[in-house]
Ligand binder design. Structure first.
Ligand SMILES: Cc1cc2nc3c(=O)[nH]c(=O)nc-3n(C[C@H](O)[C@H](O)[C@H](O)COP(=O)(O)OP(=O)(O)OC[C@H]3O[C@@H](n4cnc5c(N)ncnc54)[C@H](O)[C@@H]3O)c2cc1C
Ligand code: HEM
Length: 371
């Protein structure tokens, strides 16, 4: 671990147990010095829902080598244009962050710790500002819901038509989405489930989580005719067109969305790469898009689809977690991998692939999906 990384992690352990108080102080400091910033944040801000401080702390600790994450940070900066964030705001937020850390660490804080946090924050925010500055798109797009279909108890598939010019993105990327009519100022990221189309429409697959604010509105309340907002595309799980290796896609639940976009992109030019899609869900009702995938497989001889259920004993197909099912097929040593699903599913698939000795460089997933 580098020295900067050590200092950042070591110093965070001093304040970690007072996280809620650090967050309270951070937001109070920011809003008192710049009251106009309050309107950017969610209306109700309990600590659970206040995400910025947690996001910055995670970013500072994870991105100790910002060069490696250059594209992510530039995209995050473009994405933050949806909040109308300006360079002065970065200073205010950085100042409030350091004040909060100093205050709660007390005497255990040191000049070295201070310098480490301000250096890391400065590098990260500079990259975000550069990304925002270079972006010629609008800060966000208004998009009309043109179709909305409930596919299971808690999953909906819907289509958006951006009203201004088209969103320029690559299959496999995701965008932040807001449903202003139902959940103003709450943005969450969702993967685009189709390759770019001539008419610019975008499909999404969303699962309503029990207590989830945005997902429940997107699944249960949104209807055709509603206007949503979407921000700049992000993410690096895009197709490596230069590779000629065969491909394995591993999808869990609505993690299928970006995989479907990748398969659609392949359908436009692929002739000679075998593509295997492993699609895991709890039970057969949760395999909400299997019929569409099977249609694609019937049309393209290079595509095979293996569905699997982890909690449906009477299901006639593969049984078990999708990563176990992948391990049953194979060997996969010469394949490119694309992995998408919940953080737990992605982690267990990466573990399995490590055991199968798949080189990490051949595996694409959104490493920062937990930020
Ligand atoms: C890169 C990326 C792409 C994504 N793409 C998709 C997509 O295509 N489709 C999709 O449905 N979702 C996707 N998500 C997840 C999505 O961004 C939201 O996190 C999710 O919809 C929950 O938001 P919410 O506002 O409803 O829940 P919140 O209000 O944020 O959370 C409410 C509560 O639900 C619980 N919770 C949160 N997440 C989970 C979880 N995964 N499992 C169980 N409990 C949880 C937490 O305890 C939390 O307190 C993606 C996430 C990332 C990072
Ligand atoms: C180093 C600088 C920054 C980083 C790494 C960063 C990162 C992030 C990330 C990853 C999120 C999403 C969190 C989530 O939804 O789980 C987020 C949310 C947000 N960010 Fe930033 N951000 C930075 C600076 C700023 C600045 C300067 C502002 C302007 C005030 C800002 C305003 C917001 C707002 C309003 C949210 C939504 C908060 C919420 O929903 O509670 N961010 N940030």
């Amino acid at each position: 671990m580098g020295n900067l990384s050590r200092l950042l992690k070591e110093s965070w352990t001093i304040v970690e147990e007072h996280q809620d108080k650090v967050a309270g102080y951070f937001y109070a400091r920011m809003f008192i010095s710049n009251p106009e910033l309050r309107s950017l944040f969610p209306v109700h801000m309990d600590v659970q829902r206040a995400r910025l401080l947690g996001a910055i702390v995670t970013a500072v600790q994870t991105l100790d080598d910002p060069e490696r994450f250059d594209e992510y940070l530039r995209a995050l900066g473009r994405d933050h244009r949806k909040f109308h964030v300006s360079p002065e705001h970065y200073q205010v937020v950085g100042g409030a962050l350091l004040e909060a850390l100093r205050t709660f660490a007390g005497e255990q804080w040191s000049v070295e710790y201070d310098q480490a946090w301000s250096d890391a924050y400065a590098v990260i925010s500079k990259k975000m500002m550069a990304g925002a500055d270079a972006d010629t798109n609008p800060p966000f797009w208004h998009a009309e819901v043109t179709a909305h279909e409930r596919r299971s108890r808690d999953i909906a598939v819907f289509t958006l038509r951006p009203l201004q010019h088209p969103v320029d993105y690559r299959a496999g990327q995701y965008v932040s989405v807001e449903a202003p009519r139902y959940r103003p100022r709450l943005w969450r990221t969702y993967s685009i489930a189709n390759a770019p189309r001539k008419d610019g429409t975008l499909d999404f697959h969303v699962r309503a989580l029990g207590a989830g604010w945005v997902s429940s509105a997107l699944v249960r309340r949104v209807r055709p005719g509603d206007l949503l907002r979407i921000a700049a595309p992000m993410g690096t799980m895009t197709l490596d067109r230069k590779s000629n290796r065969d491909i394995v896609c591993v999808a869990g639940g609505t993690g299928l969305a970006p995989i479907k976009a990748l398969v659609e992109e392949l359908a436009r030019f692929n002739r000679n790469r075998w593509v295997h899609v492993f699609y895991g869900a709890k039970d057969r009702e949760d395999l909400y898009d299997l019929a569409d995938l099977e249609k694609l497989a019937a049309r393209h001889p290079w595509l095979s689809v293996v569905p699997a259920c982890s909690e449906d004993a009477s299901y006639a197909g593969e049984q078990g977690n999708v990563s176990e099912v992948v391990a049953r097929y194979g060997p996969w040593i010469d394949h490119d991998f694309y992995v998408s699903g919940s953080p737990t599913m992605v982690k267990s698939t990466l573990r399995t692939l490590a055991e199968l000795q798949v080189p990490p460089l051949r595996i694409r997933y959104d490493a920062l999906s937990e930020l």
